[in-house]
Design a protein around this ligand. Structure first.
Ligand SMILES: Cc1cc2nc3c(=O)[nH]c(=O)nc-3n(C[C@H](O)[C@H](O)[C@H](O)COP(=O)(O)OP(=O)(O)OC[C@H]3O[C@@H](n4cnc5c(N)ncnc54)[C@H](O)[C@@H]3O)c2cc1C
Length: 392
């Protein structure tokens, strides 16, 4: 099989890239290890920043998001038993965020691509890339128990942190930056009504917690835990007690409980690889970088990468220009490091490190006090949160 752009991975990055290329008349094939059903149901990210929302709308895949997503104009930072609102829209000239699950975005993109006749090979695992330094790189993959090859002009490595694309760049040609944290996130989905109109990020002596929402009936909540915790070893009672304790306020906040329908533990890390391109291989999304989820940026950053890549490939196919392709890595990395900084800062401010006598905790409280009392500091958080400062 031959195509113009071979895409490894059908997550948000791979699907969005395929969609953007199609709108420019460029053909692509997606090789995706998992089934369509799995992709469309796995709950992950949920906060779309303004740029992502705009891009989905502008390219015709925002209708369901506009109908079913929840537009938010602020977030709450809670500490010392008190909540403080950061009015995101007021501080950013009207920018907003939309709560709409990553799997819903994926579902919309898969539907749109298949309706347009796209070739997405589900349950096809890429096992290696060949000739990425040549003009005809090849993706080798296994599907239905057989080996296949996809020859293309360019390969987009959109296969997440554990994929085959990044390791295909020779070790001596890449530098990897990896930062692990001594905690993880315990995440639950609960059948309950929303406890708040906006997201609540809270710092408590026992650690971080986040109250988020998915719909009028299903809520998403997280709390800081040991990264080695086994989710199944926590009873529902223990989970609710932990969340109730960390989110309580002096004026009596009510956290609505309900049946827990999913629970999981994810580790926390920051990761980046430089460069994000080698030969005719271009990395995008989690294949190139992982940011801590506290800033809600991972999927948004993935979408930004492929938007840059689609523009570069369009310039190459339409005008034979190589400049944007040559600049791809540098263009993305400037944004990646700004995003890493913001995500790291949010994580550092809101998680307990339990590694001192309370010095760090007091610094965190001082930082939160500053952010919630200074308009300049609150504006800085707001601009980063809605994605304004990541423009090229
Ligand atoms: C708890 C949590 C909360 C988060 N919250 C947010 C949030 O609020 N906002 C936000 O923006 N981000 C958030 N993120 C991050 C976000 O989910 C990721 O950054 C996003 O999924 C990255 O998209 P991607 O397409 O680059 O990678 P992925 O979604 O990982 O997709 C990669 C795809 O490649 C496929 N693949 C892998 N290997 C192969 C192979 N060998 N062959 C073929 N296919 C392969 C995989 O099956 C997968 O479908 C969160 C993450 C977590 C864990």
């Amino acid at each position: 099989m031959d195509t113009q752009v071979g895409i490894v991975g059908g997550g948000p990055a791979g699907l969005m890239l395929s969609h953007l290329l199609h709108l420019q008349g460029i053909e692509s094939v997606i090789v995706e290890a998992r089934s369509r059903e799995r992709l469309e149901t796995e709950v992950r990210a949920g906060v779309l920043e303004q740029n992502t929302v705009d891009l989905l709308r502008e390219t015709g895949v925002g209708d369901r998001m506009d109908r079913e997503g929840a537009v938010h104009h602020g977030i709450e930072l809670r500490f010392d038993g008190q909540g403080h609102r950061i009015p995101l829209s007021d501080l950013t000239g009207g920018c907003e965020i939309v709560l709409y699950g990553q799997h819903e975005v994926v579902k919309d993109l898969i539907g749109t691509r298949l309706d347009a006749g796209a070739r997405i090979v589900f349950e096809a695992e890429a096992v290696g890339l060949r000739d990425i330094e040549s003009r005809k790189p090849t993706i080798r993959y296994r599907h239905d128990g057989e080996d296949h090859e996809l020859r293309c002009d360019f390969v987009a490595g959109c296969d997440g942190y554990h994929g085959v694309s990044r390791p295909s760049i020779p070790a001596e040609e890449r530098t990897e930056y990896d930062q692990k944290y001594p905690f993880g996130w315990f995440g639950i989905l609960a059948e309950a009504s929303p406890s708040s109109d906006e997201l609540i990020y809270t710092l408590h002596e026992r650690g971080f917690a986040l109250i988020s929402t998915r719909s009028a009936k299903v809520q998403r909540m997280y709390f800081q835990c040991d990264p080695n915790d086994d989710a199944e070893s926590w009873s529902d009672e223990q989970i609710w007690e932990e969340l109730q304790t960390r989110t309580e306020t002096h004026d009596g906040f009510t956290l609505n409980e309900g049946p827990i329908i999913e629970k999981s533990v994810v580790g926390m890390r920051s990761f980046a690889v430089e460069p994000m391109q080698y030969g005719r291989l271009y990395l995008a999304g989690d294949a190139a970088h992982i940011v801590t989820p506290t800033g809600a940026k991972g999927m948004n950053l993935a979408v930004r990468d492929v938007s840059t890549l689609a523009q570069a490939l369009t310039a190459w196919y339409e005008k034979g220009q190589t400049k944007l392709l040559d600049d791809y890595s540098n263009t993305c990395l400037k944004r990646v490091w700004k995003t890493q900084r913001f995500s790291w800062w949010m994580t550092s401010m809101l998680h307990s490190f339990h590694d001192d006598e309370g010095f760090q905790h007091n610094l965190q409280l001082a930082e939160l006090d500053y952010v919630t009392s200074s308009q300049a500091a609150a504006t800085s958080l707001a601009e980063n949160y809605v994605g304004m400062v990541f423009d090229e």
